[in-house]
Ligand binder design. Structure first.
Ligand code: PLP
Length: 393
């Protein structure tokens, strides 16, 4: 009766949300389930950010704004790039959108034609392939296993680029693996990209601030300034400031591309929520120690969890560089349990150990599962106890 579009039939609903739903169903049925599937900080939005939003309402900032965001927020984003990354942008090179996901969607809609190829290093963030499919493009994967810390090499990139390649996604530090590209690694990737001027580079810096490496954060725009007119930086306030519900993301890139993304936004969502924009403004311009507090806690949990998971028979996990995720290789555990897929193993973990995790297949990396440590230490300890008991049973 309802003949839906080819476009929507080409994609799947977000698998991370599916796990949360299954866990919620079990919880509702009275089961004591620990959810380690979530992709958002367990911290509250900082009080000064909430106060700014309340003040914005009282000041009457409750109407349409400019499609691309209020000028003050665009300036705050420009200041952020100057302060944190040493990069200079003009207002016409910045677009504020309704979350990081929306920024990505605008970019893909503005840049890709049906049949264009998008290079996606795997493990990848779940939405890149489906968002590419939604605009008719063809996702192509470059696989990077645990032995290369889940990061692609320059040689792999060189081998993967074809004349049809129009976009490369980079995401560092990475959801789901927690590993980050070093300055040297990005420099090597940039060298390959210099030889392929048809390829636009989308660097998803959503977890920029949740990083604990000795080397400071780098993205490809910082190491290869000559590629500036081929790079779009995608980021937002969701993770760094515990503001997932406010829906503010931003993009920085070449003027014609940002203008095209703005045109799409003008005919789809218009401006992001005015109140959220004032909240994001406060977050970007306020005291940044709220980030440090969260990162210190994430690092503590990371250290505990990685060490603990490595004591579980059949699980292997490397130390990450940032984010609030760790990605465990479970191929041995699958063999021990006689299950053939990570999805099946995660189902057993949910039903028997009552711990909800996202299977690696969702991130293009079968034989793994993703742990989110955006939850209390006590909860993590209990989850480890349960998984260990399951693994040894
Ligand atoms: N990029 C990455 C790598 C993410 O993990 C996420 C959220 O999970 C996003 C982008 C989207 O963030 P937002 O919630 O602002 O849409």
């Amino acid at each position: 009766k309802y003949q839906l579009s080819d476009r929507v039939n080409a994609i799947q609903p977000s698998p991370t949300l599916a796990v949360s739903q299954k866990a919620a169903e079990l919880k509702a049925a009275g089961h004591d389930v620990i959810g380690l599937g979530v992709g958002e900080p367990d911290f509250d939005t900082p009080q000064f950010v909430k106060d700014a939003a309340k003040a914005a309402i009282d000041a009457g900032h409750t109407k349409y704004t400019a499609v691309d965001g209020i000028p003050q927020l665009k300036q705050a984003v420009i200041n952020k790039f100057q302060r944190d990354n040493g990069l200079s942008y003009e207002p016409a090179e910045i677009l504020i959108s309704a979350g990081g996901k929306h920024s990505i969607f605008n970019l893909l809609s503005a840049w890709l034609n049906p049949g264009d190829e998008v290079l996606i290093p795997a493990p990848y963030w779940v939405s890149y392939p489906d968002m590419s499919l939604l605009v008719g493009a063809v996702p192509r994967f470059i696989e990077a296993g645990i032995e290369q810390r889940y990061k692609i090499t320059a040689a792999q990139l060189a081998a993967a680029i074809t004349p049809a390649t129009r976009l490369l996604f980079l995401n560092s530090p990475s959801n789901p693996t927690g590993t980050a590209y070093s300055k040297a690694e990005l420099t090597a990737l940039a060298e390959v990209l210099r030889q392929h001027p048809q390829v636009l580079i989308a660097t998803d810096d959503m977890y920029e601030h949740i990083l604990w490496t000795e080397e400071a954060f780098h993205n490809i725009a910082m190491v290869a300034p000559d590629l500036r007119d081929r790079i779009v930086i995608l980021s937002g306030v969701s993770k760094a400031y515990a503001m997932t519900g406010w829906r503010i993301g931003y993009a920085a890139g070449p003027k014609p591309l940002i203008a095209a993304m703005k045109k799409i936004q003008s005919q789809s969502t218009s401006n992001p929520a005015s109140i959220s924009q004032y909240a994001a403004l406060a977050a970007l311009e306020g005291d940044q120690t709220c980030i440090t507090t969260m990162v210190t806690e994430f690092k503590k949990r990371h250290d505990y969890l990685v060490a603990a998971l490595n004591t579980i028979p059949g699980m292997q996990c490397i130390a990450g560089d940032g984010t609030f995720y760790t990605f465990a290789n479970i191929t041995e555990l699958m063999a021990q349990k006689g299950v053939s897929t990570d999805i099946e193993l995660c189902e057993q973990l949910l039903n028997q150990a009552k711990v909800a995790l996202v299977p690696g297949s969702a991130f293009g990396a079968p034989g793994h599962c993703r742990f989110s440590f955006a939850t209390s230490m006590a909860t993590l300890e209990e989850a480890v106890r349960r998984i260990d008991a399951y693994a040894r049973s």
